[in-house]
Design a protein around this ligand. Sequence first.
Ligand SMILES: N[C@@H](CCC(=O)N[C@@H](CS)C(=O)NCC(=O)O)C(=O)O
Length: 201
Amino acid sequence: MRLLGSLTSPYTRKARLVLLEKALPHQFLVDPPREPGSAVPRLNPLGRIPTLLLDDGTAVYDSPVICEYLDALSDSPVLIPRGDAAARMAVRRWEALADGIMDSAVAVRVESLRPAAQRDPAVLALHGQAISRALAHAAEALGPGPWCHGGGLSLADLALVSALLYLDLRQPERDWRAAHPALAAFAARMAERPSVRASLG
Ligand SMILES: N[C@@H](CCC(=O)N[C@@H](CS)C(=O)NCC(=O)O)C(=O)O
């Protein structure tokens, strides 16, 4: 299978981390959807990355669907708890929280790229505040850690580190490490994982 994405897309990083942590054979293709000749709009009507292309030609999107599909392919490790409805919800809710941080950070980025006179301060404030609240919530829920949920790695951790790395990229002025030492410690631990290191290159 092939994962189409980019090195900067946080949703792509989350899906890549799932592939890497589960050691699933795949190819990663950098294919930004707006580049002329990109295969993405042909494969995914939404024209978004990540898009996972299975060997039989099936295109899978969006990132929560990709991650759930990949997790079901193997049990080593299980990243979304099976069977236990409450545990499963908790991990998927972490993913929603992290994806929401990504969504708001992307919205801030889009607004910031407009000429200064056309930027809407209300949009910037709305999304900036959502990110701040989500980070505070994540820090409190994580506590001393080490994991977002339960006693080991889950999709929650992979989603959260993807969101935090995206903030480093797009909002370097936001000093979330100083504001939330628990998140800083979490990110430092996650940064040592070979999967996270590989996803940076
Ligand atoms: N909810 C989607 C969001 C995907 C998304 O918005 N990806 C962005 C890149 S970060 C994208 O492809 N935007 C379209 C573009 O760049 O043309 C997911 O989780 O996969």
